[in-house]
Design a protein around this ligand. Structure first.
Ligand SMILES: Nc1ncnc2c1ncn2[C@@H]1O[C@H](COP(=O)(O)OP(=O)(O)OP(=O)(O)O)[C@@H](O)[C@H]1O
Length: 344
């Protein structure tokens, strides 16, 4: 294994998800929640996963960490420096969680234990990952709270979660995540529960930490605006499939999928209003439409879109890394975001 890692080129991605598929079996339904998802995250890179609720953003990364539970059947590969995480036993994947890949969630207050001080929760993480003694862990916990810009860190270590604001608790969760010195931080809607000013501060903090530590960031959001401001690359997910994948700069100028255009048009304006929501709703995963999954909601659909799900391919004139799963990708990419294409 060491040899394999050493032989990897320095620009090889840190993590490479290949052909990931997830099936769930519930009492009522058996369904495929994710199909053929490919995505990579480079060392120190920030990659955004964006899509409406239920599109499969969270399960993509939960599957990578073996956190989906027994009702899920996962196939494909999740290669971390060439090592497939999906093949690891429970002991081995436990060693990856936190130490290689850490994950933070939307609701920090419910992720923290209300009965224990934040100091003891950070120290526990440090002891778990590094076996630190109490004094060393205490000093490191204070350093981590400083690192996430919590003022008066020494005093705050003695506080319980309910004594801190939502934004401060999210900073504590980030400190706990940093305790493992992960190479990738997955942030699942980390600011959705926070007001706009605090949201911007937390996103700035994540960006600063990424730049300072070289840690990569996988940012999950339903809000294109959040991903656009904080990521190098964007993967657009809809109904468990990748619709578009491109550099951030390119996807804004040349969105090549109607769903991406819809998400861009739905970015809240400065007054916090959603300007133009996408019509219709996400299909139930157990009854996907035939053909392109977005076809029933698409203003640009043609009869041939009902035949099969289009594969991801580069639109004409785009960089090779830019891929769209739309039959009209070439037309889409040449009409700029502001110029509307004539529907159908
Ligand atoms: N444990 C589970 N059992 C059954 N179905 C599940 C389970 N977890 C997720 N799903 C289903 O998988 C699909 C994708 O869920 P996922 O949570 O990844 O969506 P998401 O894009 O992250 O949206 P949200 O922002 O609402 O979490 C949804 O249809 C969801 O209902």
């Amino acid at each position: 294994m060491e040899d394999r890692v050493a032989a990897r080129p320095p620009d090889a991605p840190l993590i490479e998800i290949r052909n990931l598929a997830i099936h769930f079996r519930t009492r009522q339904h058996q369904f495929r929640a994710l199909s053929g998802v490919n995505l990579t995250v480079g060392r120190g890179e920030a990659v955004g996963l964006v899509g409406e609720s239920g599109s499969g953003k969270s399960i993509t990364w939960l599957a990578a960490l073996g956190l989906l539970g027994p009702r899920a059947r996962v196939s494909g590969e999740v290669l971390l420096d060439g090592r497939d995480l999906l093949g690891l036993d429970e002991t081995a994947i436990t060693g990856v969680r936190g130490r290689e890949i850490a994950m933070i969630f939307q609701d920090a207050s419910s992720s923290l234990n209300p009965l224990r001080t934040i100091g003891s929760q950070i120290r526990e993480s440090l002891r778990h990952h590094w076996g630190m003694d109490r004094n060393t862990a205490h000093a490191e916990a204070k350093r981590l709270l400083d690192r996430v810009q919590i003022p008066f860190a020494a005093q705050r270590l003695k506080d319980y979660p309910h004594q801190l604001s939502g934004g401060m608790n999210q900073r504590v969760m980030i400190a706990i995540a940093l305790a493992g010195r992960p190479r990738l931080l997955v942030a699942d809607e980390p600011t959705t529960a926070l007001d706009a000013t605090v949201q911007a501060q937390i996103l700035d903090l994540l960006d600063e930490l990424r730049r300072d530590t070289g840690m990569a960031l996988a940012l999950i959001s339903h809000d294109f605006g959040v991903v656009a401001e904080n990521c190098d690359r964007v993967v657009v997910l809809y109904a468990g499939r990748v619709m578009e994948n491109a550099q951030n700069s390119e996807i804004f100028i040349r969105p090549a999928h109607p769903y991406t255009r819809g998400l861009l048009a739905a970015i809240p304006d400065s007054a916090g209003e959603r300007t133009r929501p996408i019509r219709g709703s996400v299909p139930e995963p157990w009854s996907p439409p035939p053909g392109c999954v977005f076809e029933p909601r698409c203003d640009f659909a043609r009869p041939e879109c009902r035949a099969a799900q289009p594969p991801l391919a580069s639109p004409a004139g785009a960089t090779a890394m830019h891929r769209s799963a739309c039959l009209r990708r070439d037309e889409m990419a040449t009409a700029t975001a502001r110029q509307e294409m004539v529907a159908s």
